[in-house]
Design a protein around this ligand. Structure first.
Ligand code: PLP
Length: 369
């Protein structure tokens, strides 16, 4: 049953490199390249960094000067959280937000994984005026496990009227839906290159003018004093190449939503005990978090792998071990969380990938548990 060319449907974990990213990285490799140097080599390197910054800004709908390059989404999240004394966040954030601050107040989500706005309003109203300048709200725009999209406009309006800074982890939404950071009331946003067809180890924090940001790392004055350390030139070039390319295929994710919906409908019709998490909420078009009763997710991920389809169970963990998903637990999934698998398409995913996925799914779930 193993396919000659395996199908990759784990793009929320990481994506294949786009050709444009590879070319940009190849072009940046070789010559001495410190963008802070004043000689011709340095000026060339500076041009590469600023070209990439403009490409990232175009995709995020912000000014190039808002973009602070970091080593990825994790660093961007840690960097912004460190600027504040108290953080209000949600129960479904990525670990790089959840574990980045000691003084964290978590907002619950409903059974579809949408942040409880009433609870957020209550928590905001309990913050006294003196504490507001030291408080940050941090809510992700779209979840990596379920694809559920949060009502960021409503959250931004609440933060704005309370005069509290708002950060959004936009790692998963970036490149999949149009973002207009400059026109939003969001103060900060985190991005990551390897979720859009760029290399891992590079990302950015977007910072609205006037919002505080001082470098966590002590060193040189790179990134206008906001992130010390000689720039990861090759990575940044790849990020820019990927962002440039991604601008052209945001519509791909709308088309993919139809393939994903067809897949889910087939599963729901043909097999009892199937549940799709977050289905009643707005979701990214590429993600399906689905459980079929009677099969442990970890076993299924292995069976899919043998059948030539790469997917993941709940949240992929850096250690390779799968922990119970805090996202599904906070949505009230209970023991079903252990059966949930995550399917996530990317820029290279085709309709036939989703069709094959459906065939393999039905075959595997027919077998005895
Ligand atoms: N935030 C979200 C929602 C993610 O999905 C990830 C990666 O899985 C990150 C942050 C971390 O990004 P990076 O891998 O670039 O550190």
């Amino acid at each position: 049953m193993m396919r000659k060319t395996p199908i990759y449907l784990d793009n929320n974990a990481t994506t294949p490199l786009r050709a444009a990213a590879i070319t940009a990285m190849q072009d940046a490799m070789g010559p001495p390249a410190n963008p802070s140097s004043v000689h011709g080599f340095g000026r060339n390197a500076r041009l590469i960094v600023e070209t990439a910054r403009t490409a990232v800004a175009m995709l995020a709908g912000c000014r190039a000067t808002d973009v602070v390059f970091t080593s990825g989404g994790t660093e961007a999240n840690n960097l912004v959280m460190a600027q504040y004394d108290h953080v209000i966040t949600s129960a479904i954030e990525h670990d790089s937000v959840r574990h980045a601050h000691q003084n964290c107040h978590q907002i619950a989500v409903d059974e579809n994984g949408v942040v409880d706005l009433d609870m957020l309003a209550t928590v905001i109203s309990g913050i006294d005026d003196a504490a507001k300048p030291r408080t940050l709200i941090s809510i992700m725009a779209a979840n990596n496990e379920t694809g559920v999209i949060q009502p960021m406009d409503d959250i931004a309006a609440m933060a704005e009227s309370a005069n509290i800074a708002l950060h959004s982890d936009m790692v998963q939404i970036f490149g999949k839906l149009h973002i207009n950071f400059a026109a939003s009331n969001i103060s900060y946003a985190s991005l990551s290159a390897h979720k859009i067809g760029g290399p891992s180890g590079v990302g950015a924090l977007l910072v609205r003018p006037g919002c505080r940001l001082s470098s966590l790392l002590r060193g040189g004055g790179q990134e206008q004093g906001r992130r010390a350390g000689t720039e990861n030139l090759v990575g940044i070039a790849g990020f820019g190449g990927a962002a440039d390319d991604a601008l052209g295929d945001i519509g791909h994710y709308q088309t993919m939503a139809k393939w994903r919906d067809t897949f889910e409908s087939r599963m729901l019709e043909q097999r009892s005990g199937v549940e799709v998490f977050g289905r009643a909420a707005p979701r990214l078009g590429n993600t399906s978090c689905i459980a079929a009763s009677g099969k442990a997710a970890e076993t299924m991920v292995m069976a899919f792998d043998i059948a030539g389809v790469a997917i993941s169970a709940g949240s992929a963990c850096s250690s390779g071990k799968v922990k119970p998903s805090h996202v599904l637990e906070s949505m009230g999934a209970g023991p079903r969380a252990g059966e949930a698998i995550r399917i996530s398409g990317g820029w290279a995913t085709t309709k036939s990938d989703f069709e094959t996925l459906a065939d393999v799914f039905l075959q595997l779930y027919k077998q005895p548990a």
